[in-house]
Design a protein around this ligand. Structure first.
Ligand SMILES: [Fe+2]
Ligand SMILES: [Fe+2]
Length: 161
């Protein structure tokens, strides 16, 4: 998809900063989730942890899910609002629609992953559930960033390269 310079205006410093801050916030939340589990890097399960720690991890997961999904929804909404301001013609609006459709798809996938996260944690496999969730979300977000957010953030400066 190519854009012409007069179809797209550059992101303002404030808009760029807002998107970058929100991406950083989402990353931070995911990092904090991993830090909840003391076996995150060891690839072990929850067997080595006591009842209290297991219960606190499960509680932490529930609050994480509420906050994280809200942050994702809010971020998509803000990104789309900024996008709708910088793209002006039909072609570029198509880019906007593709990006928006990807957000909707990503949100549905996230909800599925969250459901799996809760179910696995309820079964006592919290450590495995956190690792799998983290891996899948990083993969999905990474792909989305490469295909949609990065090109959009580069417009129109890098659009001709
Ligand atoms: Fe996006
Ligand atoms: Fe984004």
């Amino acid at each position: 998809m190519q854009h012409l310079d007069n179809d797209v205006r550059e992101l303002t410093a404030v808009e760029r900063q807002q998107i970058e801050d929100e991406h950083a916030r989402l990353d931070q939340f995911l990092r904090e989730l991993c830090e909840t589990c003391c076996e995150f890097d060891s690839l072990k399960g929850c067997l080595g942890c006591g009842r209290e720690k297991i219960a606190s991890c499960q509680g932490r997961l529930i609050s994480f899910e509420y906050v994280f999904i809200d942050l994702v929804i809010e971020h998509f909404k803000n990104e789309e609002k900024i996008m709708s301001k910088i793209f002006s013609n039909q072609d570029t609006n198509e880019c906007f629609r593709f990006h928006q459709q990807e957000h909707d798809k990503l949100l549905r996938e996230m909800q599925g992953l969250m459901h799996k996260l809760s179910t696995e944690s309820d079964r006592g496999h919290t450590a495995v559930a956190i690792r799998e969730f983290h891996y899948r979300v990083m993969e999905l977000f990474g792909k989305h960033a490469r295909m949609f957010d990065d090109p959009f953030m580069r417009q129109p400066k890098g659009g001709k390269k």
